[in-house]
Write a protein that binds this ligand. Structure first.
Ligand SMILES: [Zn+2]
Length: 309
């Protein structure tokens, strides 16, 4: 018996910068008992760019183990920000879909984690529950913590080391990253959560949340290309850390005040810069219309690694 390993590496950049030293395992359970909420569905969710601003390395069910991110990525799963859960462990999501075989899934998960025990030389102390990192004590992995079908957490760790010691666990093949050039952010001309995440990764990697805070609501109706994750306010428009950093990046292309706000002068500055980079040929009009060519240019430049801080 050997768990089927499938690589479905996404290029969606939902992880912290730098290299994960792979010091241990963080075990999660999806909490989703819907039929069909299996490992393939969870891998697909990550391939599309999870709207939850979350990510993990491996999804496991009763049929297979899907790898979505390379082990070397620092994924967003443990609820501890840049703490040790997110930045030093590999995350496994165990699927609890009601149309799956729970016991078979637990064995697959133990066997899959055992491969990494062998590869990275982990001990029992290196196998963590999400609960141990979660800043608010999330009850995860819930079914193992509750000893569903009499398999306790301790039984599960025993099972991992049984598989790790079995001797027939082969090293897993190193996954290859997705080579699709357009994989990072869709070029759709709308600046929503996904585009914000890409820009935060570049300009403000310590605060990646997909949101642009404290923006003056007068700019909202003028710029229909600005969609999800924008926090419009009529008072307390103190500006967004991301926009402040982008204003600094624009330098003399930005001719407005340093206010952290996406006003017409910021948009003109962005249009000037994208024009210089060869990603925009339209007018410097300070507006972001639907399917905006300015935003499409920005998205293409992000995907080509031409936007650097
Ligand atoms: Zn969890």
């Amino acid at each position: 018996m050997s768990v089927k390993v499938v690589d479905q590496i996404t290029s969606k950049r939902r992880y912290y910068p730098g290299t994960n030293p792979c010091l241990g395992a963080t075990v999660h359970m999806t909490g989703n008992t819907n039929k069909g909420a299996d490992a393939q569905a969870h891998a697909n969710l990550q391939s599309r760019g999870n709207v939850r601003v979350a990510s993990w390395h491996v999804s496991i069910d009763d049929k297979a183990a899907f790898q979505s991110y390379l082990d070397s990525r620092k994924c967003w799963h443990a609820g501890d920000g840049t703490g040790p859960g997110n930045t030093t462990t590999i995350a496994y999501e165990l699927c609890v879909n009601s149309d799956g075989d729970y016991v078979k899934m637990v064995h697959n998960a133990a066997e899959r984690i055992a491969m990494d025990v062998v590869e990275y030389g982990w001990t029992r102390d290196d196998i963590y529950q999400h609960n141990e990192f979660s800043s608010w004590g999330k009850d995860c992995p819930r079914e193992l913590r509750g000893s569903k079908t009499d398999i306790s957490w301790s039984d599960f760790v025993d099972l991992i080391f049984m598989y790790a010691g079995a001797g027939d666990v082969k090293p897993k093949p190193e996954p290859k990253p997705d080579s699709k050039a357009d994989g990072r952010t869709d070029v759709d001309g709308y600046w929503g959560t996904d585009t914000t995440i890409e820009l935060q990764y570049i300009f403000n990697p310590d605060a990646i949340d997909g949101e642009v805070w404290r923006q003056n609501s007068v700019w909202r109706s003028m710029n229909p290309a600005l969609t999800w994750g924008w926090k419009w306010e009529s008072t307390n428009t103190g500006g967004s850390p991301l926009i402040y950093k982008m204003q600094d990046w624009l330098g003399s292309d930005y001719r407005g005040e340093r206010d952290g706000d996406i006003g017409p002068e910021f948009i003109k500055g962005l249009q000037r810069r994208l024009k210089q980079l060869g990603y925009y040929t339209g007018r410097i009009d300070g507006r972001l219309d639907k399917e905006s060519l300015t935003i499409q240019g920005l998205q293409r430049a992000i995907n080509d690694d031409k936007i650097t801080n």
